[in-house]
Unconditional design. Structure first.
Lengths: 339, 421
């Protein structure tokens, strides 16, 4: 082949490849615009103030369209019915009757993440310190404490499964209680000083006591902690992302068991008896569960049948292991029950 | 036995012999262009992979960490096979084409791949391709270069490679801004870049033959060369230094634990390192041609030592963080391209790919062991004390490595004399 032929071949190939890839992207862009225009408009209606007056569910709406990612509210009486949108856009949201915490991300070359407390009108009231990819957010029942978990480093060089989280507990008036990873961790009477320990997925019991996940050396534990004493103590093995039931007797959690990395079953641990109940949800759940009431768990699951779009639904399943999982709110993520 | 230019087929006709050539061979620039395009392609995918896996596929970052562990292992072992295959056929270009081709196909295979197992398979395929192509490509660079400016040639190649690595994430995030959430678009555009790189390689990089005539290099011969006395000391030195090279991930983590600047800009820390690497790859390559590749290699570890000590200081600050990042870039610029430049002059052309692959694998395995060790130390006693310990050990190892490599520079110089008429 002469140089001229080769140059011609390369130019032809570059044009073909450029047109192909460019055309593909253009096509996606067009169809995205069409989808936005033709998106089955998720039923919207009701007004925020009256919904907030009744028991309700606050969540991230993942219905395709202009409101994608916005926080929405539905009354618990009609969770699949019309939703009222708030102006806030969050990756994760959690709310109590008065307060809401919003973890958001501004995507870019350096993605900036922020944790904000929202005022009653859903406008940002205060920034909380935050670094890394938002993962979990919880408020205490009276809304005076906030806990955020972020992945500072979700990557590993040598140890598969190693990662680094930061879990900060903050008073909603702005006072930083601390990074609970710095609290003294005891497992079976021994203090764990390993620097690879991570704590995440806080659920508050009262103004001092909380439950969370602790991990070190590839093991995880359910831990009970005290903010005032700055201690955490392991209660049992293989618990991630605990969530305390409204009656404070049980903890719902993600159980790894003998599943491959990155897969979990949903289970419930009884704090009084130590008994464990596996839920009937067969799919892997990677979410910090929320309790709809004392007998029902709710959680988000990504929807797999949509082509590439990051859509998800909030599901419900009985906490006692009976009955199949059902969709509670379609096109939703990160639910918080407010009664 | 010295390796002279007469060992190289085509000596005396090649553009790099017979006169002092000031310019880097066009083959090196072409291979650099191939790497640039391929790196745009692979870094595009790599930079969005954590987001894609967590946001779309629904995996947690823990599973992503597992995936990353898989990568590290695969690449090191395939590399030897790639080096040997290039030597045995005597035409490293086609082994490199195979390696680049496998990676290219893996881009487009991301489209139908769904779920953890499929994505693991695709990403592993990509790494297989990368492992396969590295040594034959470096053998081609060595083959195409004037032996007296090998360091500079590798420097030019690595600089082009780094430009691609820096552009990749920019292209990816620009695309995500244009078509939000369309990861498929990223895979398609990434495929286009990989295909363009492959085309430049196939159409323009000359099919340099490294083996003399039809003589095929048996496995035994390759093994003998690789384990022979000429490579023994440099491989020992590379292994010893590699054992004390903490993964940059750990260094970034130490910085991030210490100060908020590093924590906020965590995803950008590697950019600082890359900028220094990019700026210094060519100058340090040239320096290594002048003062000896072994010396530059050893001196680079001095920069690494300074990194450890500065990162171990209890208090940080923006300035100190940037200095550490730049020093890390100096370290990579003084070692990454210089090592193959050093090795490729110590083995005859027929086994050059195997020799380079052996050195890179020794370094990769030693660094892997070092990371495991450092990870354990970190877990036991935290980053600062572990870094200080590694700094102390490195201080002891650098003179040993310098002693191991001492004769090498002279041999090289003598050989360089031989080369020039």
């Amino acid at each position: 082949m002469t140089l001229r032929v080769r140059v011609a071949l390369l130019v032809a190939l570059l044009i073909a490849v450029g047109l192909g890839a460019g055309g593909y992207v253009w096509n996606v862009r067009q169809s995205q615009a069409q989808n936005r225009a033709a998106a089955p408009v998720v039923a919207r209606g009701g007004d925020l103030v009256s919904f907030r007056g009744t028991p309700h569910l606050v969540f991230r709406s993942t219905a395709l369209g202009n409101e994608y990612g916005r926080v929405a509210v539905v009354p618990l009486a009609a969770p699949a019915g019309p939703r009222a949108f708030t102006p806030a856009a969050c990756e994760r949201v959690y709310a109590t009757a008065e307060d809401a915490i919003c973890l958001s991300a501004e995507r870019g070359i350096v993605t900036r993440y922020r944790a904000q407390l929202l005022a009653a009108d859903w406008s940002p009231a205060r920034d909380l310190p935050l670094t890394g990819l938002p993962s979990r957010a919880r408020l205490s029942r009276d809304g005076s404490l906030a806990a955020t978990t972020t992945f500072v480093f979700g990557d590993s060089y040598a140890n598969p499964g190693q990662f680094s989280t930061r879990t900060l507990v903050t008073r909603t008036d702005g006072e930083v209680v601390g990074d609970i990873e710095k609290f003294a961790l005891t497992v079976e009477g021994r203090t764990v000083t390993a620097a690879d320990k991570n704590l995440w997925g806080v659920t508050f019991a009262d103004d001092d006591r909380f439950y969370a996940t602790a991990a070190s050396g590839g093991k995880t534990w359910l831990v009970e902690g005290s903010l005032s004493r700055r201690t955490v103590k392991a209660l049992r093995r293989d618990v991630e992302c605990p969530s305390l039931s409204p009656d404070r007797t049980r903890v719902a959690f993600k159980k790894r068991g003998d599943l491959p990395p990155g897969r979990w079953r949903l289970a419930v641990h009884d704090l009084r008896t130590g008994a464990e109940t596996i839920s009937s949800e067969q799919r892997s759940v990677d979410d910090q569960v929320e309790w709809l009431d004392d007998s029902t768990l709710i959680y988000g699951l990504p929807r797999t049948d949509t082509n590439g779009a990051a859509t998800s639904d909030v599901w419900r399943v009985p906490a006692d292991g009976s009955g199949p999982p059902l969709v509670l709110v379609p096109d939703a993520w990160s639910p918080a029950v407010v009664r | 036995m010295y390796v002279t230019l007469r060992d190289r087929p085509g000596a005396g006709q090649g553009p790099a012999t017979g006169r002092v050539v000031r310019r880097v061979s066009s083959t090196v620039v072409l291979l650099g262009t191939v790497s640039l395009l391929t790196d745009v392609s692979s870094e595009m995918v790599a930079s969005v992979l954590p987001l894609y896996l967590t946001a779309v596929v629904g995996l947690s970052p823990v599973a992503y960490g597992f995936l990353d562990g898989v990568h590290q292992g695969v690449s090191a072992f395939v590399r030897i096979a790639g080096g040997y295959a290039g030597d045995r056929g005597g035409r490293p270009k086609w082994v490199a084409v195979l390696g680049y081709g496998v990676s290219t196909i893996s881009r487009i295979a991301m489209l139908p791949a769904a779920g953890f197992a499929a994505i693991t398979a695709v990403v592993t395929g990509d790494r297989l391709g990368k492992g396969l192509r590295t040594a034959p490509r470096d053998a081609l660079i060595a083959e195409a270069s004037d032996p007296s400016m090998l360091g500079r040639s590798f420097g030019v190649h690595r600089a082009l490679d780094t430009i691609g690595a820096a552009l990749g994430p920019l292209v990816a995030f620009a695309l995500l801004a244009a078509v939000p959430g369309s990861y498929d678009s990223i895979f398609v555009v990434s495929f286009a870049f990989a295909l363009a790189g492959l085309a430049v390689l196939v159409l323009f990089v000359p099919d340099l033959r490294t083996a003399a005539g039809t003589a095929r290099i048996g496995l035994r011969r390759a093994l003998r060369e690789v384990s022979g006395h000429r490579l023994r000391r440099p491989l020992l030195a590379a292994g010893l230094l590699g054992l004390l090279t903490v993964g940059d991930g750990f260094l970034y983590l130490s910085l991030q634990e210490r100060d908020d600047f590093a924590a906020i800009y965590f995803p950008l820390l590697y950019v600082g390192t890359n900028v220094a690497y990019l700026a210094l790859a060519v100058p340090l390559g040239r320096l290594s041609d002048r003062v000896g590749r072994g010396r530059v290699l050893v001196a680079g570890h001095g920069a690494l030592l300074a990194c450890y000590l500065l990162a171990a200081l209890p208090a940080g600050g923006t300035g100190l963080t940037i200095v550490v990042l730049l020093l890390l870039g100096v370290f990579y610029a003084a070692t990454d391209g210089v090592l193959p430049a050093l090795i490729s002059r110590l083995v005859p052309g027929e086994t050059r790919g195997s020799g380079i692959a052996a050195a890179q694998t020794v370094v990769a395995l030693a660094r892997f062991a070092s990371s495991v060790l450092f990870g354990l130390l970190w877990a036991l006693q935290g980053p600062s004390r572990s870094l200080v310990l590694f700094a102390v050990l490195l201080t002891a190892a650098v003179p040993v490595a310098a002693w191991l490599l001492r004769g090498i520079g002279r041999e090289e110089e003598e050989r360089a004399q031989e080369v020039r008429p």
